[in-house]
Design a protein around this ligand. Sequence first.
Ligand code: HAM
Length: 427
Amino acid sequence: MEPKFRTLKGMHDLLPDFHDYFTFIKKVARHRCRQNGIKRITTPILEKADLFRKTIGENTDVIEKEFYVFKDKNDDMIALRPEGTAGAVRSYIEHALYNEVQPIMFYYIGPMFRRDRPQKGRFRQFNSFGVEIFGKQDPAVDAELIILADTVFTDLGLKKDLKLKINSIGCQKCRKKYIQDLKDFYIGHQRNLCADCQNRLDQNPLRLLDCKEEDCQILAKIAPKMKDNLCEDCDMHYTTVKKYLDELNITYMEEPTLVRGLDYYTKTVFEFYYGKYELALGGGGRYDYLVEMLGGPDTPAVGFGFGIERIVECMKDANIKVATKDFVDVFVVQLGEKAKIEAMKLLFELRNEGIKSRGLFGNDSIKAQLRVADKLQAKYAIVIGEIEVRDNIVMFRDMQNGSQESIKRDELLPKLLKLLNANIDKI
Ligand code: HAM
């Protein structure tokens, strides 16, 4: 059948199979954040467009090519958030959270929007898990954050094929001179650059380093390195982050061309990749000027963001199965009007006891209802017909071995509670 409506290009439905993974990822993220004293925040999906323009940078792909901006009825330019950091910073300033004990640490999980070219691993609406830490410049905070991300990936079962790349892109002081050196280097090679990079040379030369075009990559390898141009403070910061990672046995690769695609970064940047095609699962870094730039006090900060759809893709590729709580303990089969009422009462009772139970209303035969119970892999079926109602009994069927017995109605609940004890799911 040809559907009348489909999702918009690049948008996708998250079906129950995806949610099994999503629920597990959220559980791991929450658990690890809680262990680290990181609390959850949720910022709106819509913000003023300028918030993103100012923070992410006008000359980035996210703003130039992928930004969803609209004029609302008051002629205000509003945008669907393409990432979570800008909103978190706005919120930190708006609620004067700098007056609380620092560092203050947040995590968020929610949808982001980028009008990317749809392809494998690139959606126009995707979900992100991110952490932002405000108020401490210590390299130990960078290392802790990287270790947290590494722990989450370990919990998800992705550690084996995971690669962590790190770099430092310096501060306003040392980056200025470096960018000039970079421009000087590229000016002689302009003809070999892709069209995008020819534009970037003027607007955002750092991005030339992480272009995916082969010719640009060859040049990026021989271009001057930020690492060799760091000021004393940035150099010390970078060396110390690496020392802490070494001390904690976190394997990483230094990648001098890693700059990340957003303009707000300073000092440490990092990214996690998965598998032989090095799919970027997420990354982050310091952004020590951003709070002040948006009108808050001088506040160093560091964070990361991960793409949940990409993580799910990798988990599926790696054949990682996740436990789901969406199974059926008991399926109630009924036949006849009186039995239907009894079945409804029973279902209500079972659910209140934390037993996951389903029934199939309608007038299907007992055989047809049992077939559904089988398809849903229910552990037990309770069959109620007119005779069972009259005699105050139920037919108890073990769906795994097919055995069946008639038991008294008031013996049913204690029996089920005993059999299902380990699986009872109370709020
Ligand atoms: P980002 O690298 O732009 O960083 O995005 C983080 C992750 O989101 C990417 O690595 C990728 O897994 C996922 N992602 C990005 N675009 C798409 C897309 N079109 N479809 C599916 N997944 C996508 C940030 O967003 C920063 N805010 C991270 C951060 C937080 N830095 C500091 N704090």
